[in-house]
Each structure stands twice: as structure tokens, then as C-alpha cells.
Design a protein around this ligand. Structure first.
Ligand code: MN
Ligand code: MN
Length: 499
């Protein structure tokens, strides 16, 4: 039988729509599920994604991609890479698998909402592929993480993290609910596919892939760059959705959703990526600093996309660019200090050579974060490891649910932002997080961070030990210094006075 060339049928097939006869239009596409902007369905017909693909082509391409990832894995399965790898690199991998894998499944649920409730046929078509992509990402990363369990049982956090009460799980679920799941299909198009996938996934997947290559972890490098090629395809939903919304005069509402989603996701990506790139990745494998990656992948590329569409840079862009100097260091210091509260082993990453790299990439590091690390080192040298461990829980932001951050030794650098809402005070890490709360308090007010749960009696006993158990961390799973303090060098003056 003769087959038509896809150019002869594709446009008709991807544009196929129908007129509902048994239910009303707004029952088929309720605003709260489909389109809170209320753009008429006929105006959605102008939805046009630039890169089009048929189902047959999709299956062929994906099959090749799967083949590639799994055969590289099979070829390297007997290599001793993992056993011989630096503990810092293992920490990077564990943190990636735990924070990303089930998050991919969450993104899949968001794609599912777009494939059912997207008002444009082309959008539903693309989202179908997007859902299949996200299922593939979840499956592959579960499978790849699983092979490490026999060497380090904590790799099971790739599967269980999102189902736990760990602070990172609570933060990730709150984010996922607000940005990806608890929104209508048009808003998801903006918040997930545009702000998150166009805006930030490059940072984690391409940045980390480059470093994995240099670390010699070809299996992992190949896996995550393989995944990113899917993101690039289904992320184009975002651009096409935004064009329709802007044509219909929804600039202000669209801009607000971009700003909210981008900031929330930036907080998460910086929390995972910052310490990974600037501290956990072994020095010889580092290609760029987190700040350099963020400038390249986020600032420059995303700025151009926003302006090309006719949108503005988010109002907090100056706060974002300023935060690039400090966010990775402050997050890293908090993780290491509260290492017992992590399921990974934080790397200190402050040996003399690493300090030199940090000072070069972040001039002024020695006088700020470096001084806090001097105190940690002195306490360990003096045999007072307990002084490097916290006696309290950290303050946590009520929007992003991540630890408050500040820059040590810079006078008053720790600012609080707060809002009173229905008899309660909510605290925030930053102006954008306070703004996100104030835009629509009802979306966030009911959320309880892990610290709220400690103070309101949910966590029993209300002790540090009770707190750690609640987060799914029995003593043997609590994080310890990844290199067992081998990085500590007694400061020269102490050695001199001791002699
Ligand atoms: Mn994905
Ligand atoms: Mn995706």
C-alpha cells in the first residue's frame, strides 16, 4: 500500500479538533483546568510549535536514544568507576538522582494535564510526547541509580525521597504543587515548559554533563545529556503558549506567572546545582563555576528568549544576578553544617587548592565564607568536632521551604522579610519569595515547612533526634563529612605556636 508523505497529512492531523455536542464547551475545558486566561478556543488555533514531529518519527528517535543510553551503561557496567570515584562525585550523583528522578514524574503529570486540557490541538499533541518523555526520564534515572545501591544503600533515595518527610522533599513537593500540578494547562505551559524547562534545565543537565565527562563518569554524562534533548523538544510548548496569550493581550498575567515560576525553580536549581558545581565536584573535573554556568545558560540565553517574546526581565533580576556571588557558598555551608540532616555526605571542599579556585572564581570568598571555614577547621584541629555541628534547626522560608541564607562576616547580611496573614507571621528568605506569597496567600499559607512542624507539635519528640527521625534519617543514614576531615590543614600560626 502506498503511504502518504508526512508533509501531506501532518498539518491536518495535528490540527484536528472537534465541536462538542453532548457537553458544553466549558465543561469540556473548564477554565480552572484548561485556561485561567479565558482565551477563546478559536484563538488557540494559532498555537504553532516550531519543531514538529510525527508519532512514527518520535518512536524511532526515542528508541535510538534509549539504545544509546543503555548500551553505554552495559559497556561500562564492569568498570570500577564508582568504587574508585571521589566521594564528592558520588555525593553529586546521589543528590541529582534523589532530587530529579521523581520530579520528572511530577513533570509528566503536568504534561498529562496539558495533553487533556490544552485548548490547542497542537499543544495536546506535543504534550503527549512530553508525557512519554518524562516517563522515560523517570524510568531511566531509577534504573541507573539502582545499580549503585549495592555500593551505597542511600541511592534508594532516588526512589523514596519525594515520598519522605525530608526537608528537601517537602520543599520540592510544595514547589511542584504550585508551579506544575496545581495550575491550569495554559499556566503550566508558561511555568513548567517555559520558565523551568527553557529557563533552567540546561543548567542542571548540560552543566553537570560537562563535569561528569571531565570526572570520567561517561555513563552519567551520556544519560543526562540524552535526557536534555527531550526537554529541548517539549519545552517549545511554552513559547507557543506565550505567543497565543500575548496576542490576546494577557501580558501582565503571563509575566507574573513567568516571574513566580522562574524564581521558585531558581531557588531549587541553585540549591541542588550550587553546592554540586562549586564544592562536590572534584577540583580537576570542574569546568566552570556555578556562577559562570548560571550566567551562560540562564542569564544570557533566558534573557534573550524573554525579550524576543516581548516580555520583560523579571522585576527581581538584579537580586538574581547579585545572588550568583553567594548562593552556592551559603547553601553549601548550611548543608555541611547541618550535615546530619542530609541523606548525602556533604563535601567540605575547602582544601588549600580548592580555596584558591574559590577565591579566583569569587573574589572576596576568603574574607567572607572562608573565615567561617577557618573556624570550622580550627575546631576540628582542636578536637572539638561537636562545635561544628548545630544545636538548633535552621530558619526556613515559608515560600520556597529552603533554609534562609546569608553571607558571613559582611556585617548585617541576614535580612528577614515577613508578612502577617490571618493571625500568623510568615517569614521569607528574599523579596521575591515574600512577593510570591503576597500575590496569592491562599496558595501557600496552609503549607507547613519541616521547622513549622517541629514548633507546632507534629514532630515528636521535639528534639534534634526526633527531627532527624521524622525526616527519614535513622542514625546510620545521616550525612557525615564526605572526606572524613582529610581536607583539614592546621593553620600555619597554630602549628608555629604549638611548636
Ligand atoms: Mn524530564
Ligand atoms: Mn520536561
Amino acid at each position: 500500500m502506498e503511504r502518504l508523505d508526512s508533509s501531506e497529512w501532518y498539518d491536518i492531523a495535528r490540527d484536528t479538533n472537534w465541536t462538542p455536542r453532548y457537553v458544553a464547551e466549558d465543561e469540556l475545558f473548564p477554565d480552572e483546568m484548561a485556561d485561567s486566561f479565558g482565551v477563546p478556543r478559536e484563538n488557540w488555533e494559532r498555537f504553532d510549535e516550531p519543531y514538529k514531529i510525527t508519532y512514527r518519527e518520535y518512536v524511532e528517535v526515542q528508541h535510538k536514544k534509549d539504545d544509546d543510553a543503555y548500551s553505554v551503561r552495559a559497556a561500562l557496567t564492569r568498570s570500577r568507576f564508582f568504587d574508585e570515584s571521589d566521594p564528592g562525585w558520588r555525593t553529586s550523583m546521589l543528590l541529582h538522582y534523589a532530587s530529579i528522578t521523581i520530579g520528572e514524574l511530577g513533570a509528566g503529570l503536568a504534561e498529562a494535564k496539558m495533553l487533556r486540557f490544552g485548548k490547542a490541538p497542537g499543544m495536546r499533541n506535543m504534550a503527549t510526547f512530553g508525557l512519554l518523555d518524562e516517563i522515560r526520564h523517570t524510568q531511566m534515572q531509577l534504573y541507573f541509580a539502582h545499580e549503585n545501591i549495592s555500593k551505597d544503600s542511600r541511592f534508594d533515595w532516588a526512589q523514596k525521597m519525594y515520598h519522605s518527610n525530608h526537608w528537601a522533599a517537602i520543599a520540592a513537593r510544595a514547589n511542584l504543587d504550585d508551579v506544575e500540578l496545581g495550575r491550569d494547562a495554559a499556566s503550566i505551559g508558561i511555568m513548567l515548559t517555559f520558565a523551568t524547562e527553557e529557563g533552567l534545565t540546561n543548567l542542571q543537565f548540560l552543566g553537570l554533563s560537562a563535569e561528569a565527562h571531565r570526572a570520567g563518569d561517561y555513563n552519567f554524562a551520556n544519560l543526562i545529556s540524552n535526557i536534555q534533548t527531550d526537554e529541548t523538544r517539549h519545552a517549545q510548548i511554552g513559547n507557543a503558549v506565550l505567543k497565543v496569550l500575548l496576542e490576546n493581550g494577557n501580558n501582565e498575567q503571563a509575566q507574573q506567572l513567568v516571574d513566580i515560576a522562574w524564581w521558585r525553580q531558581w531557588r531549587l536549581f541553585a540549591t541542588v546545582g550550587g553546592p554540586t558545581v562549586d564544592y562536590y565536584t572534584p577540583l580537576e573535573a570542574r569546568e566552570k563555576s556555578f556562577k559562570e554556568f548560571a550566567r551562560e545558560f540562564v542569564a544570557q540565553q533566558f534573557e534573550r528568549k524573554l525579550l524576543d517574546l516581548g516580555l520583560n526581565l523579571p522585576w527581581f533580576w538584579e537580586e538574581f544576578t547579585e545572588s550568583l556571588d553567594t548562593v552556592s557558598h551559603a547553601t553549601h555551608l548550611a548543608f555541611w553544617f547541618w550535615r546530619a540532616a542530609q541523606f548525602w555526605n556533604p563535601t567540605a571542599g575547602v582544601s588549600p587548592a580548592e580555596r584558591e579556585w574559590l577565591e579566583e572564581k569569587y573574589p572576596g570568598w576568603n574574607d567572607t565564607f572562608g573565615k567561617s571555614w577557618d573556624v570550622m577547621e580550627q575546631n576540628i584541629v582542636a578536637g572539638h568536632e561537636e562545635l561544628t555541628q548545630p544545636q538548633t534547626v535552621p530558619a526556613i522560608c515559608n515560600t520556597c521551604a529552603i533554609t534562609m541564607l546569608g553571607t558571613p562576616n559582611r556585617g548585617i547580611s541576614y535580612r528577614n522579610y515577613w508578612t502577617h496573614h490571618e493571625g500568623r507571621r510568615y517569614i521569607f528568605c528574599s523579596r521575591p519569595c515574600k512577593w510570591i506569597f503576597d500575590v496569592d496567600p491562599a496558595r501557600i499559607a496552609g503549607h507547613r515547612s519541616v521547622v513549622d512542624r517541629l514548633y507546632n507539635g507534629v514532630i515528636q519528640p521535639a528534639t534534634i533526634d526526633g527531627f532527624l527521625h521524622y525526616m527519614g534519617l535513622p542514625p546510620e543514614q545521616r550525612g557525615v563529612d564526605a572526606h572524613d576531615y582529610s581536607w583539614v590543614t592546621p593553620p600555619a600560626d597554630e602549628v608555629a605556636s604549638g611548636g
